[in-house]
Design a protein around this ligand. Structure first.
Ligand code: NAD
Length: 403
């Protein structure tokens, strides 16, 4: 029986390994973590993260071929394939602070693998890492390996939070990068055989190590770039009287462009886009490509601009001060977990709006950072409504925000 161990029981490690265990009953999967509360939660009825469908998958395999444990060393020692899915945040101190990825957790995981291993292993980069990380990891492993053969693979994860299980069941593609040597190709085949339990062969792409590492950063940069592009358009829409929803619908109909990721908003958030683009910018700078670095940095700059534009609009509309004013924030997660608006409570919230208006001091404002409220209805109630990229009402035109 093939044994898999995954270091890091987070948003990626937990769901990914649960799905592998479900789809591969012939494989034993152990997910390990240094965090005792996280592992305790994975072994309880209150899983540490919420993803639609996750609980069902975990319940079907936990205790059979899926195990959660804090005994990191034991499971690493026994495994044939070790996934490393630890966090890789942006560095806060030292060289590259504020941009480069902090690989401290990765490095300590690699050193531990080298220390405890007694048999050959495939080590899989699941975390998002800078291109060329595999080279550094290889050095750590081989210099401490006591003759053990390690093959490093890059297998970045493309799941999105909120749809993780769906994405893992039906991935657009699985990407596996490895060394172009016979041993590297054999390792690629072993990992490919795992995914082939449920992913059609044509959706499993194999590349060299550096292409796979870079593709993850590139994918996130392209996705974020679309958000910044439509948000940049939203500012121009407000200045000209165009409606950004109409513009994005019109351009999205072009099959070369496509309609996904063209929703204007207050900007992207979450744990990945910003950190991965900053990392990409840093890598470009280190490779002597300042123009390319500046191009991608602009995606972040527009995102920051969009956030401050929204806040400035809020403050300017309310006579340039929010002191002693009460502001309610509806919805605080970085994104919703579905695009389905049937029966959404938001509909009731909108109906409830008349009551809210009656109880508010006048003038009463609504600032919609996700373009979900019915602007006309709210304006008819009496609200002054700011909705990103849509024609402004007279009040907002008279109180221009300074970006
Ligand atoms: P996370 O913070 O939720 O989980 C990481 C886990 O690793 C933590 O529980 C931590 O305790 C554990 N850990 C750290 N060092 C360890 C060690 N030496 N030994 C054992 N456990 C250790 O992070 P995440 O959101 O799952 O992200 C993991 C990686 O996947 C990151 O590189 C991220 O960029 C990437 N990624 C994330 C997403 C996402 O949507 N969250 C999607 C794709 C890729």
């Amino acid at each position: 029986m093939v044994k898999i161990c995954c270091i890091g029981a987070g948003y990626v490690g937990g769901p990914t390994m649960a799905v592998i265990a479900l789809k591969c009953p012939d494989i034993e999967v152990a997910v390990v973590d240094i965090s005792v509360p996280r592992i305790t939660a994975w072994n309880s009825d209150q899983l540490p993260i919420y993803e639609p469908g996750l609980e069902d998958v975990v319940k079907q395999c936990r205790g059979k071929n899926l195990f959660f444990s804090t005994d990191v060393e034991k499971h690493v020692r026994e495994a044939d394939i070790v996934f490393v899915s630890v966090n890789t945040p942006t560095k806060t101190r030292g060289l590259g602070a504020g941009k480069a990825a902090d690989l401290t957790y990765w490095e300590s995981a690699a050193r531990m693998i080298a220390d405890v291993s007694k048999s050959d292993k495939i080590v899989v980069e699941k975390s998002t890492v800078p291109v060329k990380t595999a080279e550094a990891i290889e050095k750590i492993l081989t210099h401490n390996s006591k003759g053990i053969n390690f093959q490093i693979l890059s297998n970045p994860e493309f799941l999105a939070e909120g749809t993780a299980i769906e994405d893992l069941f039906k991935p657009d593609r699985v990407l596996i990068g490895g060394r172009e040597t016979p041993a590297g190709q054999k390792a690629i085949k072993t990992l490919k055989d795992v995914y082939a339990h449920w992913v059609p062969e044509e959706n499993i792409i194999t590349t060299n190590l550096w292409s796979a590492e870079l593709s993850k950063l590139a994918a996130n940069a392209f996705l974020a770039q679309r958000i910044s592009s439509v948000n940049a358009m939203s500012a121009l829409c407000e200045a000209t009287g165009a409606n950004v929803n109409e513009v994005s619908y019109a351009i999205g109909k072009d099959t070369r462009i496509g309609s996904k990721f063209l929703n204007p908003s207050v900007g992207f958030g979450g744990s990945c886009f910003q950190k991965d683009i900053l990392n990409l910018v840093y890598i470009c700078e280190c490779n002597g490509l300042p123009e390319v670095a500046e191009y991608w940095r602009q995606v972040i700059k527009i995102n920051d601009y969009q956030k401050s534009r929204f806040v400035n609009r809020v403050v300017a509309s309310m006579f340039n001060t929010v002191s002693n004013k009460k502001i309610a924030v509806l919805g605080f997660a970085f994104k919703k977990d579905t695009g389905d608006t049937r029966e959404t409570p938001a509909i009731d919230v909108c109906k409830d709006f008349q009551k809210i208006y009656d109880n508010m001091q006048k003038p009463a404002f609504v600032f919609d950072g996700r373009n979900i409220v019915d602007v006309e209805k709210l304006r008819n109630i009496g609200f002054i409504v700011y909705s990103i990229g849509k024609p402004l009402d007279a009040w907002l035109k008279d109180m221009p925000a300074v970006a």
